[in-house]
Design a binder for this molecule. Structure first.
Ligand code: NAD
Ligand code: ZN
Length: 369
């Protein structure tokens, strides 16, 4: 039942393995691919008690020497403060050319560890072992790494592709239902970008995806394949890769408006609301049918995701403030914005001439207050 997706990037191509029991197979999979016999494992306090020992045991069994570092969980860990101990752990473990750095955790650990691996010795081998659904379908693939700045999210970082991604689908059983749903928003995103048949399949099979087993593996593999295709075509986001940000312009504005407070909104929830807004805005611009917006909203709501700005607890700043956040995310040129819009389910496209005034009017209309 294991699946393999290949990310084709010439001599930097790598495999994504997806299936049960992969943490316990870390030693075998790495041993077969890595020349070196030393690794540094970076993880967080939620993941370590569950999965660090099995990984260390597997590495030891394959004769791989490992040191580990456990960091506090949460978005605040993606900072310079935590980058320092990660770099020190990698250097302290004497990780050299043929050795590797392993990120064991969600997107926070993956982004931070990948950044450290990208800059220590001007680039060290890097293995992603994503443990959240979001990390398995999105952040562990594609090589974007980095940390946050007081000036905004993900503003400091490098492109640094992993050498291998091990997505153990069993570990998702201990993810909170809320985090699982948030990751599911990114799964649905791939359907909405350009795979209408996949979105339809999700509408039929989402319960099986949530339950686990083969439908879950299929959904993760399809998502990784979709991301791998985009990354292979446009590694550094000069064009097509921007489509992966479908729903994210509105979503990021909502994350900023809620001050990245995960009690109120996590990234995937912002994306869910953002994708509904992108459909509604496209309908308002007469590009798509409002029926598609309703269909998308119905599905996301069915799985338990928030779909409206009014679903966010604690209220939102006025539409003008949300618009400021969008302008910061996007750069307004002559009153026009670049936006991912859609002609319907699975028919998204990059529009570079969206009037900022239309977006503001739309936000005022949709605003819960
Ligand atoms: P996260 O890493 O904070 O994980 C979510 C929570 O789940 C954390 O509390 C974590 O400790 C916990 N957790 C993880 N795996 C678990 C498991 N198996 N069992 C129990 N608990 C577990 O957040 P995330 O949603 O995985 O990732 C979000 C981050 O990813 C954001 O910082 C975002 O910017 C980044 N991101 C990066 C990219 C990229 O291309 N690099 C893409 C999308 C998102
Ligand atoms: Zn996202």
């Amino acid at each position: 039942s294991e699946r393999k997706v290949r990310v084709n990037l010439g001599d930097r191509s790598y495999d994504i393995l997806i299936g049960p029991g992969l943490i316990a197979a870390t030693g075998r999979e790495i041993g077969a691919r890595l020349k070196g016999r030393r690794v540094a494992v970076i993880t967080d306090e939620n993941v370590a008690p569950r999965y660090l020992d099995p990984m260390m045991a597997s590495l030891a069994q394959s004769g791989i020497e490992a040191v580990s570092l456990v960091l506090p969980p949460g978005e605040k860990t993606k900072s310079f403060d935590h980058l320092i101990p990660v770099c020190d752990a990698i250097l302290g473990a004497r990780i050299e050319r043929n050795d590797a750095v392993i990120a064991l955790g969600g997107g926070v650990i993956g982004d931070l560890t990948g950044f450290a691996a990208g800059i220590v010795r001007r680039g060290s081998r890097f293995i992603q072992v994503p443990t959240s659904l979001l990390a398995q379908v999105d952040s562990s693939v594609g090589g974007k790494t980095g940390i946050n700045s007081p000036h905004g999210k993900n503003l400091i970082g490098v492109f640094h592709q992993p050498d291998l991604v091990l997505a153990d689908t069993d570990v998702l059983d201990t993810l909170s239902p809320r985090e699982f749903r948030a990751g599911y928003a990114e799964v649905a995103k791939y359907g909405l970008i350009d795979k209408p048949a996949f979105f339809h399949w999700l509408e039929q099979n989402w319960q099986a995806v949530f339950a686990g087993g083969s439908a879950r593996i299929e959904a993760i593999a399809a998502s990784c394949q979709a991301k791998a295709d985009v990354v292979a075509a446009d590694e550094r986001e000069n064009g097509l890769r921007a489509l992966l940000n479908f729903g994210h312009t509105f979503g990021h504005a909502l994350e900023a408006a809620t001050e990245y407070d995960s009690n109120r909104l996590v990234h995937g929830e912002g994306v869910a609301i953002g994708m509904v807004l992108a459909h509604e805005f496209s309908a308002r611009m007469n590009l798509a049918s409002p029926d598609d917006a309703r269909r998308v909203e119905a599905h996301l709501k069915t799985v338990g995701l928030p779909t409206r700005m009014g679903d966010i607890p604690g209220g939102l700043p006025p539409a003008e403030r949300l618009m400021d956040a969008i302008a910061q995310d996007k750069k307004v040129k002559g009153g026009k914005l670049t936006f991912i819009l859609t002609r319907g389910v699975g028919q998204s496209f990059v529009a570079d001439d969206v009037p900022a005034s239309e977006v503001l009017n739309f936000l005022k209309e949709k605003h819960p207050q």
